[in-house]
Design a protein around this ligand. Structure first.
Ligand code: HEC
Length: 180
């Protein structure tokens, strides 16, 4: 009887965990939310295209000129934050000083060509248990406008983080440095 009870408790826990995510993998209509497994490039691409519930940096969807500090080749960009990430924005839509983004935060940067067409997306996804997360819990996603991987997801941001650690970064984010 004792064993049976213990088994049921384990079951209940498992069900609770499973019901909080979609079982095929970890994307939901609201974005990537699950707690286990790794997000795939395909999921990152689907997430990148989501705009509903997102807040633009400084509350503006205007295309911003790339800054000299940026390695992102495209001349224009703009960045948006999902509802969880947006909790770290102040009243003017800038990232709060000292902010540490919580689990489930998604920051999507649109990379835009001279002719204003979209060339790709760079994403930061706070997902601490993801096998591809860095030491801060960020998954670094980089895809083309058609969803092809542009930088290895499994590199855990190697090639991104150095730059994203320059003076003034807030939890590795740099919009506040480039567009203060
Ligand atoms: C040479 C420096 C540099 C490298 C390398 C770099 N970035 Fe960035 N990134 C920037 C700067 C600067 C910004 C701020 C916006 C701007 O000026 O373009 C930025 C902005 C971003 C943003 C918007 C959120 C924010 O506030 O930082 C994301 C997401 C992002 N980068 C992802 C990546 C990914 C993924 C990689 C690696 C594949 C990468 N970056 C490599 C410099 C860099």
């Amino acid at each position: 009887m004792q064993t049976k009870h213990r088994f049921c408790a384990a079951c209940a826990l498992l069900l609770l965990v499973l019901s909080s995510c979609d079982m095929t993998n970890n994307a939901t209509s609201g974005g990537i939310t699950a707690t286990s497994g790794n997000v795939t490039i395909a999921q990152i691409f689907e997430t990148a295209k989501q705009t509903s519930g997102y807040t633009w940096y400084k509350k503006s969807d205007a295309l911003l000129a790339k800054t000299p500090k940026s390695a992102h080749a495209e001349p224009f960009m703009r960045t948006r934050f999902n509802a969880t990430a947006a909790q770290m924005l102040d009243a003017s839509g800038k990232v709060k000083e000292g902010a540490v983004f919580s689990e489930g935060s998604i920051i999507t940067k649109e990379l835009i060509n001279t002719d204003k067409s979209l060339n790709g997306y760079a994403l930061l996804i706070k997902r601490k248990a993801d096998p591809n997360a860095d030491a801060d819990g960020w998954v670094w996603g980089y895809v083309t406008a058609s969803g092809a991987e542009r930088h290895p997801l499994t590199s855990k941001g190697n090639g991104c983080i150095g730059c994203h650690s320059i003076a003034g970064h807030i939890d590795r984010t740099l919009m506040n440095v480039s567009v203060p």
